[in-house]
Design a protein around this ligand. Structure first.
Ligand SMILES: [Zn+2]
Length: 305
């Protein structure tokens, strides 16, 4: 109890947390996420120019919003944006048990030529793939939609509307310092269902239109304000609603699951011929984890046996 009070008294509010909420009378549920130190930790492993750091920050918030909806505690959510002829070649983020990580592969030369790159400049004709892996049931579900719209948030909304048939609102924001980001996901689930097949879907349901209109009043600076508690933000949006229930906040951390054994297993899949081109003079194959830039040196002799 004491630690909880101390936490509430701290000036920074809900940094690195996801808070779930429901509006039972409107058949709506949602998540709010705010990232602070986690962003710095993920980004510090790389040296990304501002537009790349910004899009990765948005993608990490989106990944946390989606990951926090997993019912299976051991489940994993992976978000991948793959592109054709975009400045960004690949963006990957994933979420597992509150752990977030991500990286971006991009063309630094082309980025330098673009002054204020749009989503289309960054991704070209791209695709957003979202994969849910439920560990308990060994189920894997993947949805893929074109990366359309002016922002990653819009692309995510398309994903839910088209791939999942769930009316959704997604907003993502990064503050000017780049050290705080936040987002909201609001969804209409009339029968309390969670993405199962629907025979009939009305995207113009009046109760949904009502809560969506309320949620649309949210401002980017509110989402990424480190001094505004997420519960206060919920109150601002929905205080005239009959009931808003909040779930306990889920802490978010930066985590990477790379290990010597994992990297060794990846290298072992290459042929002896390919490995002979990768090895250095000391007899090691050096590989950096793309997520955290942690270096691994695998002795070639280790693999030939
Ligand atoms: Zn790693």
């Amino acid at each position: 109890m004491a630690s909880r009070q101390a936490k509430n008294a701290a000036p920074a509010a809900n940094l690195d947390e996801a808070v779930g909420f429901t509006l039972p009378a409107r058949s709506a549920r949602g998540r709010l996420v705010r990232l602070g130190p986690v962003l710095d930790e993920v980004l510090s492993a790389h040296d990304y120019p501002a537009p790349i750091a910004r899009i990765l920050s948005e993608a990490l918030v989106l990944t946390a919003l989606l990951g926090a909806t997993l019912k299976d505690a051991g489940g994993q959510l992976t978000l991948q944006a793959q592109t054709e002829r975009g400045i960004i070649d690949l963006l990957v983020c994933d979420y597992k048990g509150g752990e977030l990580r991500g990286y971006v592969r991009f063309d630094a030369g082309r980025l330098a030529e673009a002054s204020l790159p749009s989503l289309f400049d960054l991704f070209g004709k791209g695709y957003l793939a979202i994969t849910f892996d439920q560990i308990a049931t060994k189920e894997r579900y993947q949805g893929i939609v074109p990366l359309e719209g002016g922002s990653l948030a819009e692309a995510a909304q398309h994903y839910f509307g088209r791939s999942e048939q769930i009316p959704s609102l997604v907003r993502l924001a990064v503050d000017d310092t780049g050290h705080v980001a936040g987002g909201i996901l609001l969804q209409h689930l009339p029968e309390g269902e969670e993405g199962r097949d629907r025979i009939h879907t009305r995207l113009d349901h009046p109760e949904w239109e009502h809560v969506r209109a309320l949620a649309e009043t949210i401002r980017a600076h509110e989402l990424a304000d480190p001094n505004l508690p997420l519960e206060d933000l919920l109150w601002r949006l929905f205080h005239e609603e009959e009931e808003v229930r909040t779930l306990s906040p889920v802490p978010l951390v930066k985590g990477c699951r790379c290990s010597f054994d994992y990297i060794r297993a990846v290298i072992a899949r290459f042929s002896a011929e390919e490995r002979s081109h990768m090895v250095d003079d000391e007899g090691f194959i050096s590989v950096d984890c793309e997520f955290c830039s942690r270096p691994f040196a695998i002795p070639l002799g280790d693999l030939d046996g």
